[in-house]
Each structure stands twice: as C-alpha cells, then as structure tokens.
Design a protein around this ligand. Structure first.
Ligand code: SF4
Length: 471
C-alpha cells in the first residue's frame, strides 16, 4: 500500500496520553489475522483448503512462508497463554516429530512445483526442546519437501528459551540454517522470575545473546513482558537498562493479560503481587521513553526495532505486514503452518489444526490434513483485512488505494465506520487529510481501538470474545 506524502514518521516519539489511554482502554483483538481466529468455524473442511491451494497454484510461483510448531516445554511459566505441553518426558517429542513429518510431507506434496520458501519460523512451546539431532532430521525433512531460499535471501527464525540452550547449541542452530533468533527474557529481576516460575540467570541469558551475535545471526530479538507480579518501575527500569546494553535488533514488550479463567497456569500467580492498572501504564510509558530514547523505532503494538532493522525499513517503505507471528516483511507469502494448533493462511483462507495431540495424531494417522476449523474470506473480509492491515502496519490508510483494489466507494461502504471515527478525531487520535486517514502520534498506542472500528464481527456479534485489553 502507498504511503502518504506526510506519512507519519515512525521514528518520531509517540505521544503518551495517560488519561486518554485510561478512558479508552477496552478488550480487543491483536489482529494477527482478520477475521480473528475466534471467528473460524468447524464447517471449514480440508476440502476448502485444497480449493485454496488450487487457487494459489493458478497464480504461479510466489514465495511461501512456513511455520513449524513445537508445543513442548520443560516447565510451565505461570504467565503463559501459549498452546504448550509441559513435560520432561522427551519420548513425547519423538512421537510428535513422526506425525509432524507426515504433515509436512502432505503439505509438501500439495505445493509441489510451487514450494519455494523464503520465510521459515519455528515457534512453540519451546522449539529448542528438540535435540540437535532431532532438529537436524526435521530440517532435512523440510528441505526434502520444500525449497528453502539461500541464506542471504531467506528469513529463518527460531524462538529460543535461553534456559534450554548453550552457546554451542546456538552455534549449531546457525549451522542448521537459522539466521534470526528470538529470545524469551521477560524480566531480568530474580524476584519477578521466581514469582512466574521462570528462573533465568542474567549472565546465562547475556551469554546466549553474545553467542547468537558471534554465530552470525542476522537479527536478534528479545521478548519482555510488563505487568508481571512483583514488577515495579525500578525493576522495570533496571531490566530495560540491561536490555538496551545488550543491544538487540528488535524488542517486543508484551502486556501481561491476567486471565486465569482462560489460562490455567495463571491461577498459580499471586494476584496480590500484580501491579495495578496505573502502575502498568507507568511501566509502559517508561518502556517507550527508554527504548525510543535509546534509538529504537516504535513499529506498532508491542514492537520496537533499530532504525536499520528490516522491520523498520519495511515500515518506512510501506511494505510491512502482520501475520500470526506479529509483524513481517513478507507481505505476499502464503503461510503453511504445521504442527498441533498451528494456523495457516493460504489464498483467501485461514485454517487451524487440531488443538490436542490426540486429535492431531488421529487425523494424520487417517491420512487427513489435521485441520479442525477455518474460514474462507468473503469480499467484505478481504476489504476490511486490507484496511486493518494498513492501519496496524503503517498508521495510515489511503481510501483511493482501497478503491483501486476493491469494487467499492470507500466513503459509502464505510459510512458508519467513518461516523464512529469522528469521535477518535475529536480525541486527537486520527486525522483526515483528503484521501488519507492518518493515525496521530497520540493514536498509535490505541491502534487496536481504531482498527476495531472496521471489524464487522465485533459490531455484529453481541457476546464479547475473550480478548486482552488493547493497552
Ligand atoms: S512462556 Fe514459553 S517456555 Fe514458558 S511455558 Fe509458555 S511456551 Fe513454555
């Protein structure tokens, strides 16, 4: 999508209006997809996915994105909201890999001849739960069924729990072909680590970051969380100082959403130790001030990157994209996701695999793609997805660009939404400039609220879905 002549400069500091944030805070989607995954239906069958693959095939060769889900973890972190299985029984991984390889083979056959991959991501759970040998075998299997672009073109990333690896293991991951690494840190404070059952000595984590740098990883990303028990401004400030000194290329700072009725491990968190809403807001403010002050660009949502990082460059050039892994530079790629609970985005469909190991294994044993639910996007979904992508990734929207891509008159089609945006304009969150709808510096932190205006499912479904708060 094109960028306006007065495109909001992503390098500019965002305007933190605490009173406004407090007033507008609500639950809402993170829009890693639109429609969001809670709108997927069991009516979607593997047959619908095959149709989508056929439509992709008609379009000819274009690079694919591959996601591999490894659900196992050694221990459970109490804040965790991921789909994972905590076990020390390593034989479970061997069984899982046998089924995963069969799924990869099924997908490889479907995409035969158009199987060029430029983006591969290993997520979890803990992908490094696998041994070096298991990882070698799995990657060899992937290479048997998909053509991976050379290292200088492809983005091959893996989520690493520093507690599970040694510097030697990091060297091995680079040798195995990974060139981007995302390290879970969350907080360096030992007291906070104890409260969430994730003991991760600072020196060990710093050694792993250094090892990744020495091994030649092109991008090192660090994940933090604010809002954890026993966190306060001082502890957060100390963690930020250490992170900034470690100088990762990207930093993600997630808002801890305490939803113990949804995520069982969170019931073990002592609620009296959780920071209050105002303290959390202060921490977020501190994170933004410190990171932008250290030269990081606010990409959007919870993400920061160095100005020369490919995410920041893609945003400047108007080609940033959002998918299930967050922000991405590969806008046009169909995503094939393998593994329990993994979500694919192929053609105009989304589809999610079975969420339990038993169901996942059973479907594969029967020779079926293990999809449990999904959705084929309507024209309305596609239009709204483009609108929401543009707002989430670029903080602006060209009405004429939407009209060029879809057979609609923007102002008529979105008359109701434009009316609702006027309140955000009055609050100083958006600005209308002829063709453009621009999110102001003040509106950036509330981008989920602004995007929600265009979410048809939110306005048409009475019962609220289970979302985290927008900030
Ligand atoms: S946060 Fe990561 S390592 Fe911890 S339990 Fe969840 S998936 Fe596993």
């Amino acid at each position: 999508m094109a960028v306006s002549t007065f495109s909001a400069n992503p390098a500019q500091p965002i305007d933190f209006d605490a009173a406004l944030i407090r007033r507008l805070k609500q639950s809402g989607p993170r829009y890693t997809s639109y429609p969001t995954a809670d709108r997927f239906s069991a009516d979607f069958k593997p047959w619908d996915y095959l149709h989508a693959v056929a439509s992709v095939r008609v379009q000819g060769i274009r690079p694919l994105s591959l996601y591999i889900h490894i659900p196992f973890c050694d221990t459970v972190c109490y804040y965790c909201a991921c789909n994972k299985i905590a076990t020390k029984d390593r034989s479970k991984a061997a069984t899982y890999l046998a089924y995963l390889k069969r799924e990869i083979e099924m997908q490889g056959k479907l995409f035969s001849g158009i199987n060029q991959v430029e983006q591969l991501h290993f997520g979890g759970g803990t992908p490094t739960y696998l041994s070096d040998e298991q990882m070698d075998e799995l990657l060899a299997h992937i290479r048997r069924w998909f053509k991976l672009a050379p290292d200088d073109i492809g983005e091959y990333s893996i989520e690493v729990d520093p507690r599970t690896v040694t510097p030697q293991r990091i060297q091995n991951l680079r040798r195995q072909g990974f060139n981007r690494v995302s390290l879970g840190v969350q907080d360096f404070d030992p007291d906070v680590q104890k409260a969430v059952n994730r003991i991760q000595p600072e020196q060990e984590t710093l050694a792993i970051i250094q090892a990744a740098r020495d091994a030649g990883f092109r991008s090192i990303s660090i994940d933090l969380i604010y809002g954890l028990p026993r966190q306060n401004l001082l502890s957060m400030s100390q963690t930020l100082s250490k992170v900034i000194a470690a100088s990762p290329d990207r930093i993600a700072i997630y808002n801890y959403a305490h939803l113990p009725h949804v995520f069982k491990p969170q019931r073990r968190i002592n609620e009296s130790e959780l920071p209050g809403a105002d303290a959390k807001l202060d921490m977020l403010h501190l994170c933004i001030t410190r990171l932008t002050g250290a030269g990081y660009v606010y990409i959007g949502m919870d993400h920061f990157a160095k100005p020369g990082d490919s995410l920041a460059v893609a945003q400047q050039q108007g080609r940033l994209h959002r998918n299930f892994q967050g922000y991405s530079t590969h806008a046009d790629a169909d995503m094939i996701a393998c593994g329990v609970s993994a979500i694919s985005a192929v053609g105009t469909t989304y589809s999610q695999n079975e969420k339990t190991l038993d169901a996942y294994y059973e479907r594969i044993a029967q020779g079926e793609l293990p999809m449990a639910k999904g959705i084929t996007l309507t024209m309305d979904d596609l239009i709204r997805r483009s609108v929401i992508q543009s707002l989430m990734c670029h903080f602006e929207l060209s009405r004429s660009a939407i009209e060029l891509s879809y057979p609609v008159s923007f102002n008529e089609y979105f008359a109701e939404e434009l009316g609702r945006l006027q309140q955000f304009e009055a609050d100083g969150l958006v600005r209308f400039d002829g063709d453009w709808i621009c999110v102001t510096e003040k509106g950036r932190l509330l981008i989920r609220n602004i995007s929600m205006v265009f979410d048809r499912y939110l306005s048409h479904r009475p019962e609220p879905a289970r979302y985290s708060t927008t900030i």
